[in-house]
Design a protein around this ligand. Structure first.
Ligand code: FES
Length: 588
């Protein structure tokens, strides 16, 4: 019997003209208009997603990367075709980049699906781009490999090394406190971003790069080379070659992004002192494949996974130091007994095989030994309590030790506008041991869950030398930020979560040791307050993407993805609760 093979290369996914032969003929005619030969058009086609944009300096090396990826593809016998999708930069996205992540994920998924390609190279970097690309690629089901643009170089201010964006926040805090003047803050502004590339600390971009490598969806060693180095270009070339090889092996994302791979990635997130945003993004990517992230199990593995990487904001160094210290392989080697070494990677080899093949360890100070960690537990802890029945998180490794167990009086701000209006008002009654509470910045409330959870210290206290306070919100914070900051309070206040019921003067208790966040108000009083809260939706829109967003965005515990983009059913859990993981199913 004759074996039927599914179409490949340019014969894939023909445009519907009602005549298959004519569709293929027409497509060939058009692509030949760009000068391609029949030989070139007979090769496997590898799409390359170009997210270069004048509005995205974090992707400022995209053109060079594409040249290197194309070289790798052509050397391996494939035909590279680059195409654009949406690009998102943190500082150029109104109201917030997170509002646009799902739009980019949809763009990525549908353009991979619509255009003929046998494999795809995803070039991302800035915070929301890598999760968006992995969400889209996971749903599209075409062999995919992630390449990141790489971190920026560090600069120097008065002999002191600086880099975006932990130092941006530190210097701005100093300026608000009156410790430096306008001339100096303007001078440091020239030095914080010393080259193109992503933020130079373990912020969200670096976190997602490391997490992608740990998932096995990036070539080994691909997370750490800085943007403007020869190493970064060699990784790009290798990525192109790997993409070609993935076609014969039919290495689709669901074969790589398994529950075991997500557990490995969650371990790495904890061990690198990674961004709190990482947990939301991993939840969203896993959700595309029917894998639910269990926050309790995540917290449990956090108690046995120390922070090993001495990078800001949890430590002192920068991404280029991490690269020189051996990059993610050094972390994986240290975590080895805790990892699923049989998880498959884009190379077709397992994580364990890749670790065996990595360069040997050498003495260095950036990636610590497990016996001498930067922080004894994982960077992120999960909190529960009557204030956050659906969970909240805190980056304990970047918090002040003396505030990890704290009870204080709430000072409440109803939304971001209220905060902006009153935080620096000299008449604001606030003390250093109060707890600042910001409502209304969740996925629907703001909308888009902005990184406004890093509530500034009121100027009157900053000027007295107060550097940190307990702060609580239903929003997010930048991965580059530090402080005792409780985030992602779920459900959010805009949909009636208990955070909406907090009033100035209430007492709140935070206990990271017991993983609790409690509003010390009686149930009867809370019920009385809840009865008075208006039940109208906080935000509505008549049309457009905002309407789609408000009607479909899920809460943080479901990754803030759109409900209709997640798998129809969750069929597996990560981290596994010492049970064997079942094979996940996804829709479409
Ligand atoms: Fe792009 Fe930080 S702003 S990575």
């Amino acid at each position: 019997m004759e074996k039927t093979t599914s179409p490949s290369g340019f014969k894939k996914g023909l445009t519907s003209y009602g005549d298959v032969g004519f569709s293929a003929f027409l497509r060939k005619a058009f692509i030949k208009g760009a000068g391609y030969s029949d030989d070139a058009l007979s090769r496997p086609v590898i799409g390359i997603i170009n997210t270069g944009s004048g509005y995205n300096p974090c992707h400022g090396n995209s053109a060079d990367l594409i040249i290197a990826v194309k070289r790798g593809i052509q050397l391996a016998g494939g035909l590279p075709i680059d195409f654009p999708t949406i690009s998102i930069h943190e500082s150029f996205s109104h109201p917030t980049s997170m509002f646009l992540r799902n739009l980019m994920a949809m763009d990525t998924e549908e353009m991979i699906r619509a255009q003929p390609m046998d494999a795809v190279v995803l070039i991302g970097g800035c915070d929301k781009t890598v999760p968006a690309q992995l969400m889209g690629a996971a749903s599209a089901g075409v062999p995919a490999v992630q390449l990141v643009t790489g971190s920026m170089l560090t600069g120097a201010h008065r002999g002191q090394r600086v880099g975006a964006c932990s130092d941006c926040r530190r210097f701005w805090g100093n300026f608000r406190a009156g410790e430096i003047d306008e001339t100096e803050i303007n001078r440091v502004n020239d030095q914080l971003v010393a080259s193109v590339g992503t933020c130079s600390v373990m912020g969200t971009a670096s976190t997602m790069a490391c997490v992608a490598e740990a998932l096995g969806i990036m070539v080994p060693g691909g997370a750490s080379p800085p943007a403007v180095t020869a190493d970064r270009m060699r990784i790009a070339e290798k990525t192109g070659a790997v993409a070609v090889a993935m076609i014969a092996q039919k290495l689709t994302p669901e074969k790589i992004l398994t529950p075991k791979a997500f557990e490995n990635a969650l371990r790495v997130l904890l061990a690198i002192g990674g961004s709190t945003n990482g947990i939301i993004h991993l939840t969203a990517i896993a959700g595309r494949l029917g894998i639910a992230i269990d926050l309790e199990a995540f917290d449990r593995i956090g108690r046995e996974t120390p922070v090993l990487v001495d990078l800001k904001p949890s430590g002192q160094s920068y991404m280029e130091d991490f690269h020189h210290a051996g990059g993610l392989a050094a972390v994986l080697r240290e975590l080895r007994p805790m990892l699923h070494l049989d998880a498959l990677t884009v190379t077709g080899r397992t994580l364990g095989e890749e670790l065996d093949a990595a360069s040997p360890a050498f003495p260095q100070e950036i990636v610590r030994n497990r016996t001498k960690p930067v922080y004894a537990e994982g960077g992120i802890a999960v909190l529960r309590g009557n204030l956050a029945p659906g969970g909240a998180i805190i980056k304990q490794s970047a918090a002040s030790k003396h505030l990890l167990e704290h009870e204080g009086r709430a000072v409440v701000f109803a939304n971001a506008e209220d905060l902006a209006r009153r935080i620096d008002d000299p008449a604001l009654k606030v003390a250093a041991d109060d707890i600042l509470v910001l409502q209304g910045i969740g996925p629907i409330g703001a909308p888009g869950m902005p990184e406004a959870g890093y509530i500034p210290i009121p100027k009157q206290l900053a000027r007295q030398g107060v550097k940190d306070m307990v702060r609580i919100s239903d929003g997010r914070m930048s991965g580059t930020a530090t402080g005792t900051i409780v985030l992602h309070v779920t459900p959010e206040s805009a949909i009636g979560g208990p955070l909406a019921l907090v009033r100035t003067g209430d007492r709140i208790r935070l206990s990271v040791a017991s993983r609790s966040i409690s509003l010390l108000v009686s149930d009867a009083e809370l019920a009385a307050r809840a009865a008075k809260v208006k039940r109208t939706p906080a935000k509505t829109a008549e049309r457009g993407y905002l309407k789609l967003f408000l009607e479909n965005v899920t809460q943080a515990d479901e990754g803030c993805d759109f409900g209709f983009l997640r798998a129809a059913k969750m069929t597996a859990v990560a981290p596994a609760q010492n049970k064997s993981t079942s094979k996940p199913k996804k829709r479409r």
